[in-house]
Write a protein that binds this ligand. Sequence first.
Ligand code: DGP
Length: 134
Amino acid sequence: MTIFSAILDGKIPCHRVYEDDHVLAFLDVSPLSRGHTLVIPKERVATMGELSDDAAAAIGRVLPRLCRALVRATGCTDYNLLQNNGEAAHQAVMHVHIHIIPKYLDADGLGLQWNVGTLDEPEALAGTIAKAIE
Ligand code: DGP
């Protein structure tokens, strides 16, 4: 049971911006910038890898529309999509969710530290990952 299950069950309120049979989107209670929105599947799983194809498709279908709406509604031109999986990856609520975070010119929004490395044996790695796809 997560706080997002409680929201889905109507036990705690949210500021809803979109809902259909499979998806709910609402304002993040601790926004990184104005308009910071969370998009969640109604399917109750913790991480992206656990999500069914149907639930994933429902999210994918609506995401571009939500992004366009946020741009139109907030006047931001840029935005980040962020999706954390697991505690080490900064996931706090164990119900899969996608953040849409408007980025404004005054720099409100997601801050990133992007520590780039170099590709190590990329052919073997790509092959191993490709073989692991179900
Ligand atoms: P993450 O670290 O990716 O698991 O982000 C969880 C987000 O959920 C965080 O930005 C704050 C937001 N959040 C947590 N509890 C609530 C809540 O009760 N209502 C709303 N609207 N957002 C919440």
